[in-house]
Design a protein around this ligand. Structure first.
Ligand code: ZN
Length: 156
């Protein structure tokens, strides 16, 4: 029980933070924008803008595709959501849940299942090689294209 109310409190804090952020941008925390935020918070794995639209519509049927596309950059801007570019024609998003540090992605080439793994050594590696060349790393990513076990099975 106390755990649940704690969780609810965290969600309220995050909603307040988001509302404050969009107010800073001179925007209003409309019901639709807050539904998109709520849908993003509930997501536990990677999703596309269209996935998020479906989830947000389940919360508030008046959420439009345009609202989702306009709200996503706000969610990214305030740090609630991270863009995950896996080199496909659509961008994936992942809701941040406190975990920090460098993360790498394993992407199934066939079904586009994405697995995130902590890869702190990559951060160290990037800094080390950049320092060697008198450079300061700005960003880096590690993505492994793979075939997941499900797709391996369906092939054989
Ligand atoms: Zn697969």
């Amino acid at each position: 029980m106390p755990r649940k109310s704690h969780q609810r409190q965290q969600e309220t804090d995050r909603s307040d933070a988001f509302r404050a952020y969009i107010a800073q941008q001179g925007l209003r925390g409309t019901r639709q924008r807050m539904a998109v935020h709520e849908a993003a918070l509930a997501a536990t794995s990677h999703y596309t803008a269209d996935d998020l639209l479906q989830r947000a519509k389940a919360i508030d049927t008046t959420v439009s595709r345009a609202t989702v596309y306009r709200t996503l950059p706000l969610l990214v801007g305030c740090g609630a959501v991270r863009e995950v570019d896996v080199g496909r024609d659509h961008t994936y998003y992942l809701t941040e849940n406190g975990g920090s540090g460098f993360r790498a992605q394993l992407i199934c080439e066939q079904c586009e299942t994405i697995v995130e793994v902590e890869a702190p050594f990559m951060e160290w590696y990037g800094k080390a090689v950049a320092a060697k060349h008198d450079m300061r790393p700005v960003s880096q990513r590690l993505q492994v294209s793979a075939v997941c076990s499900k797709c391996q099975q369906s092939k054989s």
